[in-house]
Design a protein. Sequence first.
Length: 443
Amino acid sequence: MDVSIGELIEFKKLKELKERAVEMNVIDLAEEFEKLTQAQRAVLFRSLSKDSAAEVFVYLPPETQENLIGILTDPELSHIINDMFLDDAVDLIEEMPANIVKRVLKNASEDTRKQINQMLQYHEDSAGSIMTTEYVDLKEEMTVEEAFARIRRVGMDKETIYTCYVVDSKRVLDGVVTVRTLLLANASDKVGDIMNTNLIYAATGDDREAVAEIFQKYDLIALPVVDTERHLVGIITVDDVMEVLEEENTEDFYKMAAIEPSDAPYMSSGVLELAKKRFFWLMVLMISAMFTGTIITRFENILAIFPALIAAIPMLMDTGGNAGSQSSTLIIRSMAVGELGISDCFRILWKEIRVSAVVGSALGSFNVIYRWFLSGSLRLALTVGVSLFVTVMLAQTLGSMLPLLAKALKFDPALMAAPIVTTLVDASGLIVYFYAAGVLMNM
């Protein structure tokens, strides 16, 4: 059986530890850190080469990064921060508490510190906040041979060398050329003759979700970022977009469950912090649910005469809530991936009306047969069936329209997910049910 990293450190087999670390992928090494004690982490980290140490550091969770910063010497910390890609360094600064940030910036080179401070000026949800300034730029007058010479000279410290960006003397973006295009061209060809001038780019102030949509639409691996005068100021790579998508999806999941989003991992969050993030929406939903009880009280005379109506209330409320949740989830997801927008409102409404009519008819018919057989009362069965049909129609209409309304009002559509829709449908479904009972049962 292979000896673990922890055991190699415990038995002070440092030579074997270094050999094992060289063979391992940096991501796997980062995972090993989570299995070690604080003292063991220091030993493992110092057994890595300087370049590997910086790479591994990027993949560590924020709390482990903070822990390591506390035990590293200033020269060790200086090498790590100066060897990291700029966007990773900015992410580190944003995650750390003030005292750690102060020490990190103190040990960063003047140039790195200047670039970090510049990047931090961009809004956290903007394209500028996730870009990096480490890219390969070329000139139109360069030959392919000269372009490759430049790529070899500066490419080692760049985040990507596959896509290169052609700029003029004022750094205005003129075109894009890939290494594949350069490889297939003649050595004497000019970059300006083979570059792609049909440019796709983002502005520094663009929303990062919009940037993610551009990546998905055009299947990109990198995207240039320009300022208001189209000067090239950075690039966004696909790994940064993947992080954005993960964060946005996580945030949407939280909101759809009526929980305030949190950046901290579950096990790192305190009990009071978790309770605080859940309390507000639970209180709002609880208060709104009180109206459901008020509705039942308002129609208690009907329930007193026909107590058999009570048995169908849980089914009616659950089915309506589930139907509304299905519609809202589909619409929210379609909006998130760019399939639907506010302009599709009437098309969505027409489709959901037809879908809910089919689903409501099937469910209502089943309930009419079931309740008639169970109770022997056709009026009761029709009351439940008709109420269920109308409730499903209302639920799916509300579920599809509320996310669009939220978007129109500049709110996150995920807010109009299951908890909100269910609460609204419960109240409206009960009103329909009791009025249907009053009409169909001659009350």
